[in-house]
Write a protein of this length. Structure first.
Length: 323
């Protein structure tokens, strides 16, 4: 979708817009969202960040998904000057002057930090929000030195982009997400996060994210997804936690997934972009406990991802089941 096409949809008489989920855990699903709630979300973000009318805002995400659409809505609602470039892995290479405000995915930030010129521009962005995937510990450590305000976002299509931010830069850097004013969170009996954000969601939303609520009853952090739990021999294993243990030691793209097993119920499988599976097995033996050890290692030409760069977990599981 082009910027002109989206603006035409936005300016149409219809009170709703059709959007699609990212498809990180399955096929992207269509849903209708209310424009007035998108406007409310835009105002909340811009006010929280302290953006001013006339500030430049970088649009470098696909307009087929909520993250890209919301950048345009923020520009319309708050009077920002939009810098529109085609979605790519190196957005800052396409511009001469850094924007005041930018929203990027972790892959774009990672790429920008590898190039001296792009990194210099990244460091000049005053307000940077990062969403669409997890920020690694290594990236968070580097961004802590960023002179501006850098945030990891928490949200989804159903919440019309983010409803909470986690500071990554400066002395205020934290492991905890802080919900916006008017947003409250709890957990259900399964430990999944429940969001009550009446300005953007008509009803409370139960997520598949297993969360921990801080002692203040407001802040939260995410352990992983309910559908990313592997139940192997009666032991519940969180995929994201295993990947976090391995990430500092594995220098190739990889994913942990699972496979149905008649004896254990489910077993751990590791897929990776490498032919050197013996090296991966050695690392796993050193860094994972005995219950977490993969039962199989699969080499792939490319780790499956969605169009927005998230791990395509459903596709990874399909690979594990058929190899």
């Amino acid at each position: 979708m082009t910027l002109e096409q989206f603006i035409n949809q936005w300016q149409s008489p219809s009170p709703t817009l059709l959007v699609h989920t990212s498809g990180s855990t399955g096929k992207p699903k269509p849903m209708l969202v209310e424009k007035r709630r998108m406007e409310a979300s835009a105002r909340i973000t811009c006010q929280f960040l302290g953006l001013n009318r006339g500030d430049t805002a970088l649009l470098c995400m696909p307009l087929d998904y909520i993250a890209g659409k919301m950048m345009v809505v923020r520009a319309i609602v708050w009077g920002l000057r939009l810098i529109d470039i085609p979605p790519c892995g190196h957005p800052l290479a396409q511009i001469d002057t850094p924007p005041v405000f930018a929203a990027m995915v972790p892959m774009q930030v990672f790429n920008s930090m590898q190039d001296d010129g792009e990194r210099q521009k990244l460091w000049q962005i005053r307000h940077l929000i990062i969403g669409g995937g997890a920020v690694s510990d290594d990236m968070a450590a580097q961004l802590r030195r960023h002179p501006g305000a850098v945030w990891s976002t928490y949200g989804m299509t159903e919440t019309l982009s983010h409803i909470a931010l986690r500071r990554l830069s400066g002395a205020q850097a934290s492991q905890w997400y802080e919900p916006f004013d008017g947003v409250s969170v709890t957990t259900n009996a399964e430990g999944c996060l429940v969001i009550d954000a009446p300005a953007v969601c008509a009803q409370p939303l139960t997520t598949n994210d297993i969360a921990e609520i801080a002692s203040d009853g407001r802040r939260f952090r995410i352990r992983g997804r309910k559908d990313n739990v592997i139940c192997s021999g009666g032991i519940k294993l969180q995929i994201e936690e295993m990947e976090a243990k391995l990430r500092p030691y594995v220098n190739v793209p990889f994913l942990i997934t699972k496979r149905a097993d008649p004896k254990f119920g489910e077993t751990v499988v590791m897929i990776a972009q490498t032919d050197n599976l013996d090296a991966l097995e050695t690392i796993c033996k050193e860094r994972l406990n005995k219950y977490e050890q993969p039962h199989d290692f699969i080499a792939v030409e490319r780790i499956p991802t969605t169009e927005t760069g998230k791990p395509a977990r459903a596709k990874a599981m399909e690979i594990a089941q058929t190899r």
